[in-house]
Design a protein around this ligand. Structure first.
Ligand code: FPP
Length: 252
């Protein structure tokens, strides 16, 4: 397969949704109202991704480290998660969206675990857009659980070490069903990965914007896609090397 150096639309967009708290604080509102508005922005991003032909959208909703936030903020985020699942699943189903939740699900309340399972089952037949919500997720957690899972299937660690390939390990990661993200967006002005998809973002284009997540609307999504369309993706090769197959395609 020829990897085109300037693909117009990313197949997979991943987003670190940051800035809910600051959005609320700037309006003298409690931080949690920023998270509520964040859900509206999630809906807008899902719709715009579908319209633009993005196949995979992966959202960082709650990190392994977010459990350390004040208890009332954690409880509110869990309640929002439950109500979003209850309210939105029907719409996701109609829109052809397949929902998955990736993360340490055992850490959630059993009722939330059940809702997640039901939502995944209800949308399992869809394939227009694969929406993945990373919750109780960390890139390091994912790597550790992948190694555990790999060792469970091949208990002879010494033999495994001899023949282990990148593909074999990647098959045990939470996002094994998806291609690596082409574009990683982080809202809220910080320029870091914060333990998101550490393995999968090795070659992702990184887009940082000062826009706070509740303000990240369809136009902001399009601006990120427009920036992505200007990027030359080299995957470790030189500019001349990646230009050559594209030029051959034009001549053919
Ligand atoms: C970061 O903003 C955002 C979060 C920790 C939570 C993101 C959650 C949502 C958008 C709602 C739930 C999503 C789904 C898919 C149901 P922050 O609080 O760190 O903001 P700050 O940096 O301004 O404090």
């Amino acid at each position: 397969m020829t990897r085109h150096p300037r693909p117009a639309v990313p197949r997979h967009v991943a987003i670190i949704m940051d800035g809910n708290g600051r959005w609320a604080t700037a309006r003298h509102l409690p931080r949690v109202s920023g998270h509520s508005r964040g859900i509206d922005a999630v809906r807008a991003a899902v719709e715009q991704a579908g319209r633009r032909g993005v196949e995979y959208l992966t959202l960082f909703a709650f990190s392994s480290e977010n459990w350390r936030r004040p208890q009332d903020e954690v409880s509110t985020l869990m309640r929002l998660f439950v109500s979003a699942l209850q309210k939105e699943v029907g719409k996701l189903k109609e829109q052809g969206v397949r929902l998955r939740v990736v993360g340490d699900r055992a850490a959630f309340d059993p009722a939330l675990q059940r809702l997640i399972h039901e939502a995944e089952q209800a949308t399992a037949g869809n394939a227009r857009l694969h929406l993945t919500v990373c919750a109780s997720y960390g890139g390091r957690w994912d790597l550790v659980q992948a190694v555990r899972s790999l060792l469970a299937t091949s208990p002879d660690a010494a033999a495994l070490a001899e023949r282990l390939t990148e593909q074999q390990l990647a098959a045990h990661l939470g996002l094994a069903f998806a291609p690596d993200p082409d574009l990683l967006i982080r809202t809220g002005g910080e320029q870091r990965i914060s333990n998101f998809l550490l393995w999968q973002c090795a070659y992702s284009e990184l887009y940082f914007t000062h826009t706070l997540w509740p303000d990240f609307d369809a136009a902001a999504f399009d601006a990120a896609l427009a920036w992505y369309a200007t990027r030359e993706r080299r995957f470790g090769q030189t500019s001349a090397q990646v230009a050559a197959p594209a030029a051959e395609e034009l001549r053919a």
